[in-house]
Design a protein around this ligand. Structure first.
Ligand SMILES: Nc1nc2c(ncn2[C@@H]2O[C@H](COP(=O)(O)OP(=O)(O)OP(=O)(O)O)[C@@H](O)[C@H]2O)c(=O)[nH]1
Ligand SMILES: [Zn+2]
Length: 218
């Protein structure tokens, strides 16, 4: 079993303390064991649907889905996959907003297990530390690789960054298309959902809030 990084442990504790962790129950299965179990279950599901698993195009589908769930789209359920975080001292004394716009975000709706497709905008005001830019995208991706509701995903990214930066002054906004709204159910192909979480002075100072929101892609 991979030892978790200090950053991963601190972020998980902060989410648990705020009741923002994804609801989970430890089952002590390894990733390989999870993949094998899901392959069996997907085989059964396809069988129940009446699909011919001996067909050469379908035969490997249970394996593909199991691998995709465990190693790809739900890999963020395991903190062993939390990104390596690089923080550097703010020797350059940056005290204005750093904003990363239009971060690609692909997640999965936890109600229907279909795609959430959108972008995230993240900003913070540097204090003692500056975070490596790509690490912001990687943190978004890590939490996106879970079954999610957009509101929780938004909050998890906020609290993760607040914890790592040791500052409340972080803001996160996500705009996304939910395929459970677009491709089934209500079949609305045009609506998007925007969620926003503001911390510290992003919440308390109207001009900072406005500066952030004006950079959010809609
Ligand atoms: N708040 C929130 N709701 C979501 C999100 N993703 C999906 N949902 C909603 O979860 C709800 C589940 O409602 P149900 O009535 O149990 O499911 P359903 O019968 O499939 O509902 P319809 O989608 O209306 O057909 C739906 O309204 C979805 O649109 C999300 O990220 N945030
Ligand atoms: Zn859904």
């Amino acid at each position: 079993m991979t030892a978790l990084s200090d950053a991963a442990i601190r972020v998980r504790s902060a989410l648990e303390a705020r009741g923002l962790e994804t609801p989970m129950r430890a089952n002590n299965l390894t990733l390989d064991e999870k993949q094998a179990r899901i392959t069996g279950l997907m085989t059964e599901m396809m069988d129940v649907l009446g699909l011919d698993l001996e067909d050469d195009s379908l035969a490997e589908t249970p394996d593909r889905i199991a691998k995709m769930y465990v190693r790809e789209i739900f890999s963020g359920l395991d903190y062993a996959h939390f990104p390596k975080i690089t923080l550097i001292d703010n020797k350059m004394k940056v005290d204005e907003m750093v904003q990363v716009r239009d971060i690609t975000l692909t997640s999965t709706c936890e109600h229907h297990f279909v795609t959430i497709d959108g972008t995230a905008t993240v900003a913070y005001i540097p204090r003692g530390k500056v975070i490596g830019l790509s690490k912001i995208n990687r943190i978004v991706q890590f939490f996106a690789r879970r079954p999610q509701v957009q509101e929780r995903l938004n909050q998890q990214v906020l609290v993760a960054l607040q914890t790592l930066l040791e500052s409340d002054d972080v803001a996160v906004s996500i705009t996304a298309t939910h395929y459970c709204v677009k491709a089934r159910g209500v079949m609305d192909a045009t609506s998007t959902t925007t969620t926003t979480s503001l911390g510290g002075i992003f919440k308390s100072r109207p001009d900072t809030r406005q500066e952030f929101l004006s950079g959010v892609v809609r």
